[in-house]
Write a protein that binds this ligand. Structure first.
Ligand SMILES: Cc1cc2nc3c(=O)[nH]c(=O)nc-3n(C[C@H](O)[C@H](O)[C@H](O)COP(=O)(O)O)c2cc1C
Length: 161
C-alpha cells in the first residue's frame, strides 16, 4: 500500500492543532489505500523516508529558520534519502524521479526564512513540492485548520495515485 510519511515538530497546542488537521485530511475516508505514518521530527529515520511514497513536513519558524528538530531530521536522512552535496558542501539540485511533498509552517511574525530553509534542502532531494506551502501566523483559526486539512488530503490523494 502506498505510504505517506508525516514528519513534524509540534511543540505547542497551537501548532498541534494544525498538525492534527493535516493528519485528519491525509486520513480522509475518500482517499483510499494510503497508509499514513506520523513521526515526530526528532524520531523519524532514513528508513521511514525510504519506505514512503510521499511526504508532509511541519515545523515552527525559529530564528528565521526551520525548527532545530526538522533540521535534525534533514541532517540525519539527507544522504540516505538521495540527497547530494557538492564539493563546497552545498546541496545539489536533485535529478530523476520525484515523490510529492507538502509543507506547513507556523510562526508568530514571519515564516519566510523557515519556508526558504526547507526549500533549499528539499530541492536537493528527489521530491517535488506538490501543494502550496501553508504558512500560518499567530492564533490558528478554523480557516487555517481547513487549509491544513486540505493540504493533508491533497498530498495523500497524490500518494494514493
Ligand atoms: C526561540 C524562538 C524563535 C522563534 N523565531 C520565530 C521566527 O523567526 N519567526 C516567527 O514567525 N516566529 C518565531 N517564533 C515563534 C514560534 O514560531 C511560535 O512560538 C511557534 O510556532 C509556536 O506557536 P505558539 O507560540 O503560538 O504556540 C519563535 C519562537 C521561539 C521560542
Amino acid at each position: 500500500m502506498p505510504r505517506l510519511l508525516v514528519v513534524h515538530h509540534s511543540p505547542t497546542p497551537t501548532v498541534r492543532a494544525l498538525t492534527d488537521a493535516v493528519l485528519a485530511g491525509a486520513r480522509d475516508d475518500a482517499i483510499e489505500d494510503v497508509e499514513v505514518v506520523e513521526r515526530a521530527a526528532l524520531e523519524a529515520t532514513a528508513d521511514d523516508v525510504l519506505a514512503a511514497d510521499g511526504y508532509l513536513l511541519g515545523t515552527t519558524a525559529n530564528f528565521g529558520y526551520m525548527s532545530g528538530a526538522l533540521k535534525h531530521f534533514f541532517d540525519s536522512i539527507f544522504l540516505q534519502a538521495g540527497g547530494a552535496l557538492g564539493d563546497d558542501g552545498s546541496a545539489h539540485p536533485a535529478t530523476g524521479g520525484r515523490k510529492p511533498y507538502g509543507l506547513w509552517v507556523h510562526g508568530r511574525y514571519d515564516t519566510t526564512g523557515a519556508v526558504r530553509s526547507v526549500g533549499s534542502i528539499v530541492q536537493a532531494l528527489p521530491w517535488v513540492q506538490s501543494a502550496e506551502v501553508l504558512e500560518v501566523l499567530g492564533d490558528v483559526s478554523e480557516e487555517h485548520t481547513e487549509a491544513a486539512y486540505e493540504l493533508g488530503a491533497t498530498i495523500a490523494a497524490l500518494v494514493s495515485g
